[in-house]
Write a new protein. Structure first.
Length: 192
């Protein structure tokens, strides 16, 4: 990894969706690779269903919060999060959005947005708690498949699977569906 590497991602959703969990997974991968990392989160209502937004900065930064228009990417675990937090994404950045349909008029002139019906996929696989991992896999594969070399993420699906394996060691009943959801998201086509 080059010394001047910097990457900023906003992860947004509501309480109970696992916003903080996937932020921690990404941060742990960065740490395992010897990269400096900052995370910060803001909670709306302190209960399940309140807005949660997390900032992840990998590289040499001096503050944990991402300024509007500076994030390289957005992982939106709810479609509404694209409208609420799309302003964080920089010109030429990306957004991976959980939505049953493609949303038009939500910043696509500034950044590329890809949509996946992760709610449906989680229900079809009878694993509703894996929505966050479906979206993380989708985001990782989308950026890796579409970005230029300068936009490549600091990690990939295999890196996240390794961290999941460490975190869930001895919990095969959680590990197997988690890895499966991550890989399903990575191999799912975007909604057109």
């Amino acid at each position: 990894m080059q010394q001047s590497f910097k990457y900023q991602i906003v992860i947004s959703g509501v309480g109970g969706q696992g916003v903080l969990f996937i932020t921690r997974l990404l941060a742990e991968v960065a740490i395992a690779k010897g990269l400096p990392v900052f995370t910060s989160e803001t909670h709306g209502m302190a209960q399940r269903g309140g807005t949660v937004i997390s900032h992840l900065k990998v590289g040499e930064f001096t503050s944990p919060l991402i300024n509007p228009g500076r994030a390289d990417g957005l992982i939106a675990l709810k479609a509404e999060s694209l409208v609420q937090h799309g302003g964080y994404v920089r010109q030429g950045g990306w957004a991976a959005v959980n939505s049953a349909t493609a949303i038009t008029g939500a910043g696509e002139t500034r950044f590329r947005a890809s949509f996946l019906d992760a709610d449906r996929l989680a229900q079809e696989t009878n694993t509703p708690k894996t929505l966050n991992l479906l979206m993380l896999g989708f985001a990782l594969a989308g950026v890796s498949g579409n970005g230029s070399q300068d936009e490549k993420l600091f990690c990939d699906v295999d890196d996240i699977a390794m961290i999941l394996g460490k975190r869930l060691d001895g919990n095969a009943h959680l590990l197997k569906p988690s890895i499966q959801a991550l890989r399903t998201g990575a191999h799912s086509p975007a909604i057109q």
